[in-house]
Design a protein around this ligand. Structure first.
Ligand SMILES: C[C@H](O)[C@H](O)[C@H]1CNC2=NC(N)=NC(=O)C2=N1
Length: 116
């Protein structure tokens, strides 16, 4: 089996990281964020974007899908705690989930309410 060097985050380090991850919180030992979507199609698009990033990372979140929400939960199973891998994946997921064309881009962006 592959060797892993899970770095479990101390409470202090976790709090520091959470400041850089708006909307993310720790609940029952899981790093968690709820994305609110405009409805079912965007829920499925976001779920698949997260799945793609997670597979590239080879670190996978638990996902709970609702009609207009995607709940992402991260934990490192080997240590049953939040590790540096969970933080790194949360950042990668958040970049994709919250990405929009920047001001001045030739892209207009989605004309209606987007994922929050
Ligand atoms: C070998 C491989 O790294 C492990 O099975 C990975 C797969 N994806 C995983 N995902 C998450 N969230 N936690 C893990 O501990 C984990 N383990």
């Amino acid at each position: 089996m592959e060797k892993h060097n899970d770095v479990v985050l101390s409470q202090a380090d976790l709090e520091k990281e959470l400041k850089t991850l708006p909307g993310w919180e720790v609940r029952d030992g899981w790093l968690r964020r709820k994305y609110v979507t405009p409805g079912w199609p965007h829920t499925m698009l976001l779920a698949n974007a997260i799945a793609y990033v997670a597979e590239a990372a080879y670190h996978h979140p638990d996902l709970e899908l609702g009609y207009a929400q995607v709940v992402v939960k991260l934990q490192t199973h080997r240590v049953k705690a939040i590790s540096d891998s969970d933080i790194a994946l949360a950042k990668a997921i958040d970049r994709v989930a919250m990405w929009k064309p920047e001001d001045g881009s030739p892209l207009t962006g989605y004309p209606k309410t987007w994922v929050k």
